[in-house]
Design a protein around this ligand. Structure first.
Ligand SMILES: NC(=O)c1ccc[n+]([C@@H]2O[C@H](COP(=O)([O-])OP(=O)(O)OC[C@H]3O[C@@H](n4cnc5c(N)ncnc54)[C@H](OP(=O)(O)O)[C@@H]3O)[C@@H](O)[C@H]2O)c1
Length: 326
């Protein structure tokens, strides 16, 4: 079957390390008990794939590795499903002995015609969502959902700063927060993206580092060094900064004095639980909210899709589809 594979790692030119390859289909006989082979209809790209191609979190001994953490597809008995991409750790269907990993780290990922996962990881796809929309949810949208509602425990009327607009997590956070009745401020380096943030439901969109009209209850931080100081200056005393990524690195000083003096909480977040994913899917159905899709590509054009993600010009999710299935 066709798959987009990290054939090697390249810190400077990660997109060039991606190859389209024919790989063996997962065979039920080779899988652990209670795993299912899913026919992938759509698989969304994430910054995680670029990190992997750069060699971050993916060792030479794991190559070649099928990329991709997000998918929606059908099971052998015809059920439409969204794939929860976290495997191992407590409650993930493979037992507590197994160290937590995300698809494409230990097990082959979703940028292929088929992916094998623990049956426990399959969440029903509602008919209201297309496969492309559903495939956007399990990583970036799930992480944004968890940051806003499970980690920061934000409520309608609360104020939140989302650093960055263009990223998958950031655009999801803006959209989800606005739908939940939060007052959203977003930052972007790009005027067009700031305008998009307002369309997505942000009340305010400013340049990175710009003073906000008010202090916020929480910051959704995935940018890292470039925005960290602004995040710490923008959160109200007693507020929370939730961190799920560091696209620009983690070299910024922590600002410890401000941290302890204003009693700010800094929390980490990684992906979300299966229960978070089910709640997110329900939220999309009941509110009519849909993921922001930047562009879709055939799986055979995965290198172009990855180049689009690497360009930083995207707003929302870049998705690959398997022809004849969507
Ligand atoms: N912990 C988890 O479970 C989890 C899940 C998903 C993602 N992540 C991580 O979260 C991070 C974001 O990933 P993503 O896929 O959502 O998006 P991405 O494509 O990495 O987005 C980059 C974001 O950073 C901003 N940005 C980039 N360079 C900047 C700079 N020099 N100054 C200011 N802003 C800058 C961009 O905003 P503008 O272009 O609008 O300025 C954009 O919003 C990644 O590091 C990823 O690995 C973690």
């Amino acid at each position: 079957m066709l798959a987009a594979v990290a054939a090697r790692t390249d810190a400077q030119h990660p997109v060039g390390a991606l190859e389209l390859q024919q790989v063996p289909r997962p065979r039920v006989a080779d899988l652990p008990a209670h795993w299912t082979v899913v026919d992938v209809h759509a698989a969304a790209l994430n910054h995680h794939d670029l990190w992997a191609l750069r060699g971050v979190g993916l060792g030479q001994d794991q190559l070649p590795m099928v990329l991709g953490c997000d998918a929606a597809g059908t099971t052998p008995d015809g059920r439409e499903v969204v794939v929860h991409g976290v495997i191992g750790g407590e409650g993930h269907g493979v037992g507590p002995q197994e160290r937590r990993s995300i698809l494409s780290e230990r097990y082959p990922g979703t940028l292929a015609e088929q992916v094998a996962v623990p049956t426990w990881n399959l969440v029903p796809k509602p008919a209201e969502l297309t496969f492309v929309e559903a495939a956007c949810l399990p990583t970036a949208w799930l992480t944004a959902y968890r940051m806003l509602f499970t980690s920061a425990r934000l409520s309608p009327g609360d104020r939140v700063l989302v650093q960055g607009v263009g990223g998958g997590v950031a655009s999801a956070a803006i959209t989800l927060a606005a739908a939940a009745g939060l007052e959203v401020v977003a930052t972007s380096r790009d005027a067009t993206k700031r305008a998009r943030a307002l369309q997505m439901g942000a009340g305010h969109a400013v340049e990175p580092g710009q003073r906000l009209p008010f202090r916020v209850d929480a910051v959704i931080e995935t940018v890292g060094a470039a925005t960290w100081d602004h995040s710490m200056r923008s959160v109200r005393p007693g507020g929370v900064v939730v961190v799920a990524g560091a696209t620009t690195g983690d070299a910024a000083p922590m600002g410890l004095q401000r941290l302890f003096f204003t009693e700010v909480t800094v929390m980490g977040a990684t992906m979300g639980s299966r229960a978070d994913l089910e709640a997110l899917v329900r939220m999309c159905v009941t509110t009519g909210l849909r993921p922001v899709v930047d562009s879709t590509f055939d799986l055979a054009d995965a290198p172009q899709a990855m180049a689009r993600l690497a360009s930083g010009e995207h707003v929302g999710k870049v998705v690959c589809t398997v022809p004849h299935r969507t």
